[in-house]
Design a protein. Structure first.
Ligand code: GLN
Length: 237
């Protein structure tokens, strides 16, 4: 852990279990976009054998295959650190398997329901068919992000409960399975988007950073992130 309170702590949860399709890039891009604004950062990697610290500023979870996902959910529930961080209002981004397991329940590889961490009001089950491919979605206008893109590969389907909002409406792809993709509540965002999601969608990265920092961020000159965002939109629409 850093030794000054002015360091932004990006907590990368369970890279040993949850990290598919370059999801680590989400932590790296949060770091990069903070440092471009002169904010000192530290990435804290928390393996599944270690406790999840509650004094982080933004928490990132990636996707995973079915069995590592079950292990990750069991360990996160037993540890309790992520739930405590959520109760303290910390910014959290959870992708795919990470998204499913921060919910109330999710389906294992035989579609049995298993308990999640319970910090986002969603319930996931199994679809008939894997959802694989590019996804394009329009984020809830309340969040001011616009259109996002990513890559999805999951069997799960997700219902969003009354204490969360769908993150976006799908333009292309499957997402939650009912015309929406992802969910959010307070400062917690879950999404099926790999790619990784934040390098492909810099506005989403900046929203999380703004929540983590607690104030408006200095604008950045458009850079490769914005070019990548445009290029992927043009390529998949
Ligand atoms: N194992 C989960 C599913 O298939 C999540 C997959 C992932 O994280 N890519 O739904």
């Amino acid at each position: 852990m850093g030794d000054t309170s002015s360091t932004l702590r990006i907590v990368w949860i369970y890279p040993d279990l949850l990290s598919t399709y370059g999801d680590r890039g989400n932590a790296l891009i949060l770091q990069r976009r903070a440092e471009l604004r002169g904010i000192r950062t530290e990435i804290v990697e928390v393996n599944s054998s270690d406790p999840v610290p509650t004094e982080g500023d933004v928490y990132v979870l990636g996707g995973g295959e079915d069995r590592p996902q079950i292990l990750a959910a069991e360990r996160l529930r037993a540890d309790g650190g992520l739930a405590r961080a959520a109760r303290r209002g910390k910014a959290i981004l959870a992708i795919c398997a990470g998204y499913q397991i921060i919910g109330e329940s999710y389906g294992d590889d035989a579609a049995n329901p298993l308990p999640g961490v319970g910090i986002l009001d969603i319930r996931s089950g199994r679809g008939d068919k894997r959802a694989v491919g590019e996804i394009v979605a329009d984020v809830d206008p309340m969040l001011g992000i616009g259109r996002i893109t990513g890559f999805e590969n999951h069997q799960g389907r997700t219902e969003v409960g009354g204490n969360a909002f769908p993150l976006s409406r799908t333009v292309r792809g499957i997402g939650n399975g009912s015309g929406t993709e992802g969910a959010y509540s307070g400062r917690i965002i879950g999404s099926y988007l790999h790619g990784p999601a934040l390098p492909r969608n810099p506005a989403l990265a900046d929203l999380l950073l703004q929540w983590a920092v607690g104030s408006d961020l200095a604008p950045l000159e458009p850079g490769w992130g914005e070019y990548l965002h445009k290029e992927r939109l043009a390529a998949v629409q």
